[in-house]
Design a protein around this ligand. Structure first.
Ligand code: SAH
Length: 408
């Protein structure tokens, strides 16, 4: 039964209702036949098919390719008072609190946008503080309600609203509730401690999505000479020190990240500079390497060049590997997913003339859920590689192996 209040309505084009019926939470601009009722940015809209059947309800965004983010599917609109908002926030917090893999850390993602049925809302907890990101006009419209709900449910001392660099004008960052100091806050994750700048740091201050990979890095670190490439504030470097590495080198090009890394891992050798250049110039061999560059393919058309860049880095990392070394290599571009990334690794190994085993794969931990019908939510792919035989010469190169980037 359709709800009685008439809302602005998005009419889908013929044949474009299938993803929505499967539970995909986006209506792309190309699927829209017409918009009825002149909705404001962020307004709630009904979505109907060609015959006028109500398919779902969501938030309108005229400036995005993703024209509507859907909150509820089917012909019944959620309560206009938005009782679904506190219910979903509460549910997201409750299952995490009970999840066995999310214990032993006071830093985790509490709300993961589409993955928690709350498109446009990300909330991270750092000890007693929260960092909140609102990425759609629909969620920005609800800012006060979200603040009230989070203050009530989390007992956090304060929450910081991060700005949206791309769309929101600068200067919109502010305290959402409570108080958040200017100094970094200290978090504890599985016996490690880190300082996090939740006001200015990358993402919302820390790469929470690498928690499980850090844990593996710690396990592999005993006695190792470890290298943390693209280290940011030293997520992997600290884990290696905790795991008993005999030496840890961390390379990062951002000065604020490098400064915090030195505070997080004073025992590590902190290199401020370009990771690729480091690999070319520093001739030491490492037993354990984390290779976690920024996303090289933000758009689909960048995939080919991204693969070349990932491959080149891996090739050089292999040249710096000791026999039996472990390499944890990551892509955080959705467009370079697990299958393609494996081809990148194969291509690097062949070019380097190295014999490499795959010991496992890595992805973001459970506090970053994705729904089955929203594969776009997957963005982090990691490979756990063991270098059986590294390249003999650090400059050994064979004929370049062609990579079929269209295979994704
Ligand atoms: N491994 C980190 C996250 C890495 S994100 C962690 O777990 O916390 C990628 C990092 O690479 C960012 O900190 C970015 O500042 C840095 N970076 C980007 N380009 C770089 C380059 N050319 N050389 C070294 N670091 C770079």
């Amino acid at each position: 039964m359709a709800s009685p209040v008439k809302l602005p309505t998005i009419h889908l084009r013929e044949g474009r209702d299938r993803p929505l019926q499967l539970g995909h939470p986006w209506v792309l601009s190309g699927s829209v036949a017409r918009v009825e009722g002149d909705p404001e940015p962020g307004a709630g809209v009904d979505i109907v098919d060609r015959r006028g059947e109500l398919l779902g309800f969501g938030d309108f965004d005229p400036d995005s390719q993703i024209r509507v983010r859907i909150h509820s599917f089917g012909p019944t609109r959620p309560d206009p008072e938005e009782t679904w908002l506190p219910a979903r926030i509460e549910a997201a917090l409750a299952w995490r609190a009970a999840h066995p893999s999310l214990r032993d850390t006071d830093a985790l993602r509490l709300i993961h946008s589409e993955g928690d049925g709350l498109p446009g809302l990300s909330v991270d907890r750092y000890a007693d503080w929260l960092a909140v990101r609102l990425t759609t006009p629909g969620m920005r419209r609800r800012v006060d309600r979200i603040a009230e709900i989070l203050a009530g449910l989390t007992q956090a001392q304060g929450a910081w609203l991060r700005g949206e660099t791309s769309r929101q004008p600068e200067g919109t960052e502010r305290e959402l509730f409570g108080s958040v100091g200017c100094e970094p806050v200290q978090i504890r994750e599985r016996g490690r401690s880190y300082w996090v700048d939740l006001r200015h740091g990358q993402k919302t201050g820390f790469y929470l999505d690498q928690r499980d990979a850090r844990e593996l890095f710690r396990e592999l670190a005993s006695g190792a000479r470890a290298l943390d490439l693209f280290s940011y504030t030293g997520g992997f470097a600290v884990a290696a020190l905790q795991g008993g590495a005999r030496e840890v080198i961390a390379v990062e090009s951002s000065k604020p990240a490098h400064d915090l890394l030195r505070r997080n891992a004073p025992e590590a050798e902190a290199v401020l500079g370009d990771a690729a250049e480091f690999l070319r110039k520093d001739e030491r061999r490492f037993d354990l390497i984390a290779l976690d560059p920024p996303p090289f393919a933000r758009r689909k058309r960048d995939v080919r060049s991204a693969c070349r860049a990932y491959k080149d880095l891996q090739l050089w990392a292999l040249r710096r590997a000791a026999p039996g070394a472990h390499l944890l290599a990551f892509s955080c571009s959705h467009h370079v997913g697990p299958e393609l990334f494996r081809k990148v690794a194969l291509s690097a190994a062949l070019d380097a003339g190295a014999e490499v085993q795959v010991l496992g794969t890595l992805r973001a931990p459970p506090d970053h859920p994705v729904t089955l019908c929203h594969p776009q939510g997957e963005y982090l792919s990691g490979l756990v590689l063991r270098i059986v035989t590294p390249p003999v010469s650090s400059h050994a190169g064979s004929a370049a192996v062609l990579l079929d980037a269209s295979a994704n």
